[in-house]
Design a protein around this ligand. Structure first.
Ligand SMILES: Cc1cc2nc3c(=O)[nH]c(=O)nc-3n(C[C@H](O)[C@H](O)[C@H](O)COP(=O)(O)O)c2cc1C
Length: 178
């Protein structure tokens, strides 16, 4: 698939063929693509929790209600940032940590890798929504320095989501001055 066409045609997929499993090799290749995302100071702070027993999605749904479709996926990858590893502020300034940005970029790579393989996937949010971060931390015993950013159900698509109207809005582009 041509990369530019892939960028334009990737869509969130929420209906999956429950009779088909995504292979371990495909999951590993998708994770590899995620790891080639850019990251601040090249810290690559991402870590991944791969779930194949999706009975746990009923629990996740209690604090992340927009994942209700996910239990029909073949697997779910939770993309997390290690905030100890991520580029972060030093003393003498308000604290910041760039982990969410790095992990969002890794997630986009992951979504595009799924699309390139004919798989469907959807970014379901976690950080910075504290109730979702805490819910996942509690459920999976994640350490304090592990911050979940995205919950990504993946499977063989049962739907072909409609392509949107042209999303390029020239008025949103400010050439040279605002
Ligand atoms: C940060 C973020 C959080 C999202 N959370 C959810 C979610 O919890 N559940 C869901 O079904 N879709 C979620 N989405 C997917 C968006 O709804 C979707 O990307 C948007 O409607 C555009 O559609 P497209 O991905 O097909 O282009 C999320 C997307 C982003 C970027």
């Amino acid at each position: 698939m041509d990369l530019y066409q892939g960028l334009l045609t990737r869509r969130s997929v929420r209906q999956f063929d429950t009779s088909k499993k995504v292979s371990k090799q495909d999951i590993e290749e998708i994770l590899k693509a995620a790891c080639y995302a850019p990251s601040a100071h090249n810290k690559q702070p991402w870590e991944f929790l791969v779930l194949e027993d999706l009975s746990i999605m009923d629990k996740i749904r209690e604090f992340q209600p927009w994942t209700s479709f996910a239990k029909n996926a073949s697997c779910v990858i939770i993309v997390c940032g290690n905030t100890d590893v991520a580029f972060h502020s030093r003393e003498n300034e308000p604290y910041w940590n760039i982990s969410d940005v790095d992990c969002s970029l890794a997630t986009q790579n992951l979504l595009l890798a799924c699309h390139s393989k004919g798989l469907g996937a959807c970014f379901c949010g976690a950080a910075p929504i504290i109730s979702i971060v805490d819910g996942l931390r509690k459920l999976f015993n994640l350490p304090e320095n592990i911050r979940p950013v995205a919950i990504v159900p993946i499977g063989y698509p049962l739907e072909t989501p409609k392509q949107p109207e042209d999303r390029y809005v020239p008025a949103k582009v400010h050439w040279g001055k605002w």
